[in-house]
Design a protein around this ligand. Sequence first.
Ligand code: 8YV
Length: 319
Amino acid sequence: MKPKIVVTRQMTQAVMERIASDFDAILPPPGGMNPDQVLLALEESGAPGLLFNGGTRFDATYVARLPETLKVAASCSVGFDHVDLASIRDKGFIVTNTPEVLDNSVADFAFLLLLASARRLHEYDLTIREGWSRYFGVSEFLGNDVAGKTLAIVGMGRIGQALARRAQAFDMKVIYHNRRKLLAAAEHGATYCASLQELLPQADFLSLHAPATPETTNLLNAETIARLAKGAIVINTARGSLINDDALIAALQSGKVRGAGLDVFNGEPKIDPRYASLKNVILAPHMASATEETRTAMGMLCLDNIAAVLSGKAPLTQI
Ligand code: 8YV
């Protein structure tokens, strides 16, 4: 008897093929299941397993409505700010996430945003699309080198460490702020700053990699932006809640912040419309982990977790 699961999002082909062979699955419509559809599918099927992601927010009210038949919910994400852990524990089922398998993809994307922002790639692309009419002068439309510059990382977990390795390969100096200083082997040559106040003035580039928590909400605000060196570039592939949009937009408009590369936003997908009017911002729709290889690895890890729990074994990556 194949274990029953509800799948809320269309996964990559390899993952869908494994679902078809190993599970008795209730599959989503092309646009994915909305939260009510997830609840109904779980209730009607009695499925003990669920494969979901941040599109289904497990807040306390929603968790209370989940059927008792649910035993394991695997989130296809490393972040779990969409999961109220206390209510999960009260309800008595297991929730897992997908750490490590997306480290390289997200670090690649953060560095992509950093390089593209430094070299104004999106503005050059726009120049061609809008009708390139003349060569630019030797001192016109310039970007900035990254070699020799300082990358400041806030949140030096696995993704932050992977980004540090990439930056060092581009001859950048790396400093970081974290809840605690890492062991030297994990620092990859980066220098620890015990406070944001110590880190921010040194940043030519600031990349955010902290989780979304009450403590990190609006971590980048008017006061912390004021401490940045003029002309710093801000990168965010973590969570939109880390940035106060009014403060960053004002800084981008004034030039205090030279540019930004943003993959995550407050209120996404309905983001602050002012971002789209700024030419010194690169915008991406929360896609830092979006490669065929990584999304397959994430989906497979979700299925490994579900299969383990439903066969009486311990999950691999329980939150
Ligand atoms: C997910 C994310 O990777 O992993 C995370 O925490 O932010 C997301 O990008 C994506 O939604 C796939 O489920």
